[in-house]
Design a binder for this molecule. Structure first.
Ligand code: KG4
Ligand code: ZN
Length: 334
């Protein structure tokens, strides 16, 4: 394994993160400073608050990542930062800092796509994943089924036509008065409930696209009509409907494209029921199934450094006038 060291920087949303990764897969340090407490009182991420917090937190977070890895700036091979998609003010903090450090240390700068980074959390822990694979990318902002044919070679087979899966978790949790972010709270509550309510499985019969907005409305209507329903059962039933749709479509995609493996990425990939169900499906279908550790599913900079390493080999450094792009798309092959 190459000992090339990449410093990764991640500030696309509400986690300020920095990591040092050797040779694309060996995590020497991964520091994540969550701003969740700052945003919880507003029930969601406030972009201006997030950017200001990144400005305060990023320098100490990078310093800690270097110390924990036992390296200094001059030991590094390159500095990689998430350039999009995400909140533009937040992205700018990470991109500007990474460029400044690359100039000071005279190192290449690499602009990283946040969605590609979520895909690479699987490769960080299991570099021997078989290709082609189907990745289910499920976060607060995205829900996509991606076919990965090779490193840097992707096709998007389907995506949500309205809310992302994580957004649905967050909105249902807010309606139930659980707090923010909703995903982990519903996940925990669902463990004490039973999936007895038969919520709709939207767009189950159409190819690979998703819709979660109607499911959220169905949950709200059910609770309005049945005010005494146990919140644990609502959580478990909602979660079962989401996971059922996600897993059914990922399996269908894997079968249709002849994939050898299925992986998960993004914050919702931390969900207990989804992790269990996708692995069961892979066993049934004779596929390699791999779910990254929870800490690598939610936003972190180790996945950014990993993509930075692969992209440095394939494309070389990014120009220093590369900007932050809040709407950056995954680079697809067709
Ligand atoms: O990938 P991520 O950290 O940030 C984005 O790029 O969006 O994903 C955050 C999303 C939130 O919607 C959060 O509620 C959801 O991931 N999430 C979960 C769980 N942990 C985080 N959803 C379901 N179950 C979980 N355990
Ligand atoms: Zn993310």
């Amino acid at each position: 394994m190459s000992s090339e060291l990449i410093l990764g920087v991640e500030t696309s949303c509400d986690e300020t993160a920095a990591a040092v990764v050797a040779g694309g897969t060996e995590v020497l340090s991964s520091v994540v400073s969550s701003q969740v407490d700052l945003h919880a009182r507003y029930g969601g991420v406030v972009p201006e608050v997030a950017s200001r917090a990144h400005v305060e937190l990023l320098t100490p977070v990078i310093a800690q990542a270097l110390v924990e890895a036992g390296v200094e700036g001059r030991d590094l091979t390159a500095v990689a930062a998430t350039a999009g998609p995400g909140l533009v003010g937040s992205l700018l903090v990470g991109v500007s800092s990474a460029k400044a450090l690359s100039l000071v240390w005279d190192l290449p700068f690499i602009a990283v796509n946040h969605l590609e980074a979520h895909l690479y959390s699987a490769f960080l822990e299991e570099p021997a994943l078989e290709l082609p694979l189907v990745a289910l990318l499920v976060s607060g902002g995205h829900t996509q089924i991606i076919v990965m044919d090779g490193h840097g070679s992707y096709r998007v087979l389907g995506q949500t036509v309205d809310d992302a899966a994580g957004e649905a978790y967050d909105k249902v949790a807010r309606y139930l008065g659980l707090g923010y972010p909703g995903g982990p709270l519903i996940d925990r509550l669902a463990m004490d409930g039973s999936p007895m309510i038969d919520f709709p499985r939207p767009m189950m019969d159409s190819d690979y696209d998703f819709s979660f907005s109607g499911l959220k409305t169905a949950v709200i209507n059910h609770v309005r009509k049945n005010p005494d329903v146990a919140v644990e059962d609502v959580a478990a039933s909602f979660q079962e409907a989401v996971v059922d749709v996600l897993v059914t479509k990922a399996r269908r995609a894997a079968r249709d494209v002849g994939a050898k493996a299925i992986t998960l990425g993004g914050g919702v990939a931390a969900n207990s029921r989804l992790r269990e169900a996708i692995l069961e499906a892979c066993v049934d279908d004779g596929l390699q199934g791999f779910v990254p550790s929870r800490s690598l599913c939610t936003d972190n900079a180790a996945m950014v450094a990993s993509v930075g390493w692969y992209r440095l080999q394939s494309d070389g450094p990014s120009p220093l006038d590369t900007g932050a792009d809040p709407n950056l798309r995954l680079p697809v092959t067709i």
